[in-house]
Design a binder for this molecule. Sequence first.
Ligand code: CAA
Ligand code: FAD
Length: 384
Amino acid sequence: SAIIGMDFTLSEEHRAVKEAARDFARTELLPGVIERDTVQKFDPVLIKKMGEMGFMGMMVSPEYGGGGMDTLSYVIAMEEISSVDASAGVIMSVNNSLVCWGLEYFGTAFQKQNYLTDLATGKKIGAFCLSEPEAGSDATSQHTSALEMKDHYLLNGTKNWITNGSSSGICLVIAQTHPEKQHRGINVFIVEKGWEGFVVGKKEDKMGIRASDTHTLMFTDVKVPKENRIGEDGFGFKFAMGTLNGGRIGIAAQALGIAAGAFERSLHYARERKTFGKPISEHQAIQFKLSDMATRIEAARLLVYKAARLKDQGKDYVKAAAMAKLYASDVAMWVTTEAVQIHGGYGYVKEYHVERMMRDAKITQIYEGTSEIQKLVIARELLK
Ligand code: CAA
Ligand code: FAD
């Protein structure tokens, strides 16, 4: 529109991405999605296939095995994948927007050659390690330390809640080097699985996104070569915030997908299920739910697309990303709750999918910055 200077008509390329992701989600992800939620395990073969489809490094340049696509393509694919399997969505989102994007944008040629291609092709999975037992929202108070030695750093500490914690081969680890400089003393390092002193701890037994593995990671005197530090000394917190701005667009798209998936199922079910001699879709109470669901989903989609477009245009997208995540995650929670209601008792059992979607939706209000933190970010942008 004239107000925001954006046209949301999808190009042929964007429509092709949407089709491909939708088709992949239905044929490959849908069949085992309930089972994977139950056993809390993602199938590595599916990750390999997602890599072959180009979903693991969508925005990475083809030089490093990526798809060379824009952020809008990425959110379109994220929505479709997450509308069927939100666990696949988060695996994809962390790899694309926190790990690959950060490496490509801020990494050295050596770091990209060594790590980016494997990540962008899905040969290896990445993890982003910022949170600690005492540094979640309060991310600047990093306790993990990175002591500078002659030709390496010595890493010590504990990270928790790490998505892809056990399945990842490459981790970006944020740690404090100069506590006296507070957040400006923080660094970020590329750390490989299997390095001495790096131990994968307990797996979390979660409410939702249960097929995505979440672990505590422990580091004891892990030697990290100096060439594995990303950016200048003290760049780590800027790196974390910079990647999270884009990551929040990805999670907003995940939330949008969960909502859209639950809505589609509700629409279908409302037409099939009969009570009092007619489909429940003919009861106005159900129609109004469907109308509200569709309207909020559309509003969320516009915010997500807007944030993606601003990023693609090289404009400031901090506020737009936070708004998209704040709004889309609330829409996901609300829509999935209504979806269970529309399904009645059937909505409360696994077979109908919407109970899982409701459990999956909740995390989108918590990770990559809680809703309260998004409001803080938005307010700071409004008031600065
Ligand atoms: N973009 C760019 N820079 C930002 C930023 C943003 N969104 N937010 C903060 N900064 C910068 C500030 O400008 C400031 O920079 P200076 O060096 O110029 O001072 C610096 O970061 C510190 O910011 P504040 O002084 O505002 O520090 P604060 O402690 O008051 O607030 C915070 C910081 C915004 C609350 C931040 O800690 C935060 O975002 N917390 C949430 C953490 C988070 O999102 N974690 C997600 C973990 S990953 C994950 O969850 C993955 C997953 O699930 C799949
Ligand atoms: P706290 O920070 O303790 O917050 C508790 C409550 O207080 C929240 O409601 C919060 O919004 C509120 N609150 C805190 N500070 C303020 C304030 N200043 N103003 C108003 N309200 C406030 N982290 C990673 O680094 N990498 C990952 O891959 C990752 N994956 C995750 C996967 C899952 C399944 C989960 C559950 C978490 C994951 N996280 C990851 C961590 C996640 O980002 C944090 O849980 C989140 O940032 C919140 O931190 P916290 O849990 O310590 O909550």
